[in-house]
Design a protein around this ligand. Sequence first.
Ligand SMILES: Cc1ncc(COP(=O)(O)O)c(C=O)c1O
Length: 370
Amino acid sequence: MPVPLLDLKRQYRPIREQVREAIDRVCDAQYFILGPEVEAFERESAAALGVAHAVGVSSGTDALLAALMALGVGPGDEVVVPTFTFFATAGVVERLGAKPVFVDITARDYCIDPEALAAAISPRTKAVIPVHLFGQAADMASIARAAGTVPIIEDCAQSWGADFEGRTTGGIGVLGAFSFFPSKNLGGFGDGGLVTTSSDELIRVLKELRVHGQSGPYEHPRVGGNFRLHALQAAVLRIKLPHTAGWIEGRRRNAARYRTLFAEAGLAGVVELPEALPGRGHTFNQFVIRAPRRDELKAHLLAKGIGCSVYYPLPLHLQPCFRHLGHREGECPVAERASHDVLALPVFPELTDAELSEVVGVIADFYKAQ
Ligand SMILES: Cc1ncc(COP(=O)(O)O)c(C=O)c1O
């Protein structure tokens, strides 16, 4: 039985009518650029997250970029980032002419290693960007201690709905950056993002940055960009928002079911399952195992029609575009090891029990055949 890594059609079916009505509402109003849908979504998402302010932007990448711009990051500055993350976390730093300072992760949560982070802080450090990877909150208490007075931008692209010891991700650092890429816990019908903050001053600056740094008609105290969230996206996201908690519960249920199925199949000591650490509110945006002979297992799963993917096959400090920073293999051993071992399995909320059993059965067959 084939099992997709993600099937968004199953999520869409039960909300189809509501979504189409919302899209019609925007079409009838012909109000596409910012306006009432975007403002309503900003209010509703801020309330859902329990943060003071939220500003809708064009993508998770632009959320990170605008957050760095709001802090005034530019040439000569350093920004500390984990090396094991999606490219955007570091790409935005480089784009602003600042230097991404790559730091290793911890093996337990795949998030930035707080001790390595502390060692990477220099007088030039203008911000740190911990990533709540795979849907689990990073150790924000240790990260905050390590960062000291350096502002923290949380990369929450994968962590909508996760919390650290009761505090929502995106509400802990100075700024939070979310993505509504369709595969995320809250996904749009295309690109979209959100920046969160409790600072009245930063939200004012972010709203200016989103429209070319404009403070009033044709008045530009700073250079910004076109970072606007589309009204159609906002309307769709408003329909999806109230369902998000239930979808996350579905992901957690599937992760728990995997745990049982892997144990029953005698695979507990063969593959390593993701840890849901206490106080970290894991939302399982991805369910990432560590597997011996990962590439062969991946090929076997794909041949059997089981969707799976490697996040991330090459840590960012080793990416060709960062060669000028002079990094070498071996500098971030935990991340480098993870990039060889990790494999993401289907975990989306609508998966059936039979599908979860199929995934584990095909993995069991692979290791038994050896
Ligand atoms: C950790 C992380 N940061 C940033 C982004 C960028 O988000 P977007 O694709 O919406 O630009 C993503 C999304 O893929 C992500 O996973």
